[in-house]
Design a protein around this ligand. Sequence first.
Ligand SMILES: [Zn+2]
Length: 286
Amino acid sequence: MRRKKHKATRRALRFYRISHGFRQPYKVLLDGNFVHALQEMRKGDAKDLIFRLLGDAVKCYTTPCVQGELKKLGKDFNGARQALKQFPLHKCGHEERCSAAECLLAQLGDKNEEHFFVATQDKALQRQCMAVPGGAVLFASVNGLHLEQPSALQRQAVAAKEQQQLVPSQAERRSVALAGAEGEAGQPRDRPLFRRHKAKGPNPLAVRKKQKLTNAATPGGGGAQQQQQPQPQQQQRPALQKTQQMQQKRAAAAGSGGEQQQEKRKRARRRSKGGEGGAAAGGGSD
Ligand SMILES: [Zn+2]
């Protein structure tokens, strides 16, 4: 039973939070008869009970009109009057004090924009509050505190509001109508709204060079060119060997003695080893 009540309370709270923007700390307007009922049933402090029911921070208020009514009711309601004194007064704006029911209902207004919960035992006031689109009611019973379930009227109002949001507004309709008129008047419908970027060819960076492709395709024609290039290097080598041999022969013919001849031999060796480097070294020495 308790679990069922808890789920119903959660569901009602979710409705008020989502559909009407109720936020914690929840504001509760206390009626004198509600506090009196709690004292009679010995349930405990009103604020603690409401906090336990709603499960979030709570701010409780009362109004000067409610206190004035309790004062008129006499000694039997002195306890409730004293209990209400601990709560801050909400400025109801009534210069001449009215009945508690009128005062509390006036605080809700047309839409309960200030998101008040009204805690009352007055059945007529409860019905009037639940007729307001964002009205929320708390009441006490032998089983404890209860949050009144949203009325059918309130649910219908929320559903109608959601339906209105689904229907396109006047501005949206005008824009759609204009777009339709343009389409009929001038431009043909077959024309696409945007052009697709078509691939014009393969990515040039991802394609091999044409020369290599032709070489691979025709090994007879391109291969001959490639073989011709290393030939001069091969021809140079026997020519160098010949010059070395000639120099050595000349040196042998001239004779093995003498420092000048030895230097000439060294120069010849350098030339044979280094090519250009040897030739540059020889030029520098001269
Ligand atoms: Zn008032």
